[in-house]
Design a protein around this ligand. Structure first.
Ligand SMILES: NC(=O)c1ccc[n+]([C@@H]2O[C@H](COP(=O)([O-])OP(=O)(O)OC[C@H]3O[C@@H](n4cnc5c(N)ncnc54)[C@H](OP(=O)(O)O)[C@@H]3O)[C@@H](O)[C@H]2O)c1
Length: 247
């Protein structure tokens, strides 16, 4: 129980990597605030945590909207008085983007402005807004631990265009935030998974014709997040852990 008494926000906790991270953090004793848009999925995650004896609550928010991110932070501070942990995980590959594409390699010159705005909004604006609104609370506390979810696609030359650019942006966002917050006792790191078996990835795989792709497990990604929160030394900030066997 290395996180007993801590208050953790997990974004995108309705399914996939976020749900596994929420379960693992709750198993270490923290109270987890699960955030996503779909309330029914959040209810399921909270129920799974409670069935295992953990503590969790949920907030339905669209995190692409700054006002909703601020209201998430205000609600957590009002209820619990602090935010010890942020798992900056919400994101993914919106189906509108690949729906009529039929392959995953959308060339830079093929992206429409609307597709580009949407992928950046979902994968770079959300993590930025969450840092932007949560970090001031952690600065006041003089403590905090943040783990963002980047991707292997943001670490290598990748065919995934705007998604890869956004996930690469999370790497820079992590390093920038780390050097700007270390004087306040805040740690900021990221994980960069390969292809992970989640509901979102299964829909994507089907739409681009790769149903049989071999995938890593979301529970393993959660173990990396737990390592960063529970066992990594305090000098370890601004780091991105690559986690993949698949790509
Ligand atoms: N699966 C992979 O292979 C893989 C690999 C590397 C990195 N990643 C990254 O890992 C993260 C989680 O991916 P996943 O595969 O677990 O995806 P997933 O199964 O699609 O789950 C995504 C979660 O994010 C939430 N979300 C999406 N947009 C949101 C918004 N605007 N506001 C609030 N919540 C939002 C979703 O809930 P609602 O739709 O209900 O809002 C859901 O709970 C993403 O950032 C993804 O890019 C995934």
């Amino acid at each position: 129980m290395k996180l007993e008494g801590k208050i953790a926000i997990v974004t995108g906790a309705g399914k996939g990597i976020g749900r596994e991270a929420a379960l693992a953090i709750a198993a270490e004793g923290a109270t987890v605030v699960c955030v996503a848009r779909t309330q029914a999925n959040l209810d399921e995650t909270v129920q799974m945590i409670e069935e295992k004896g953990g503590k969790a609550t949920s907030l339905s928010r669209d995190l692409t909207d700054a006002a909703q991110v601020q209201s998430m932070v205000d609600a957590v501070v009002e209820q619990f008085g602090r935010i010890d942990i942020l798992i900056n995980n919400a994101g993914g590959y919106p189906s509108e983007i690949y729906d009529k594409v039929g392959h995953q390699a959308i060339k830079i010159w093929e992206w429409s402005e609307e597709q580009w705005d949407q992928i950046i909004k979902t994968n770079l604006k959300i993590p930025f807004l969450c840092l932007n609104k949560v970090v001031p609370v952690m600065i006041k506390q003089h403590s905090g631990d943040i783990v963002s979810v980047s991707s292997r696609m943001g670490r290598i030359a990748s065919q995934m265009g705007g998604y890869a650019v956004a996930k690469g942006g999370i790497v820079t966002l992590t390093k920038t935030t780390a050097i700007q917050t270390k004087e306040y006792g805040i740690k900021v790191n990221a994980v960069a998974p390969g292809m992970v078996d989640t509901p979102g990835q299964r829909v994507y795989n089907h739409n681009v014709g790769q149903d049989n792709a071999v995938m890593d497990s979301a529970a393993d990604v959660a173990k990396g997040i737990i390592y960063l929160l529970c066992d990594s030394p305090k000098v370890m900030t601004g780091q991105v852990i690559d986690m993949f066997t698949t790509l």
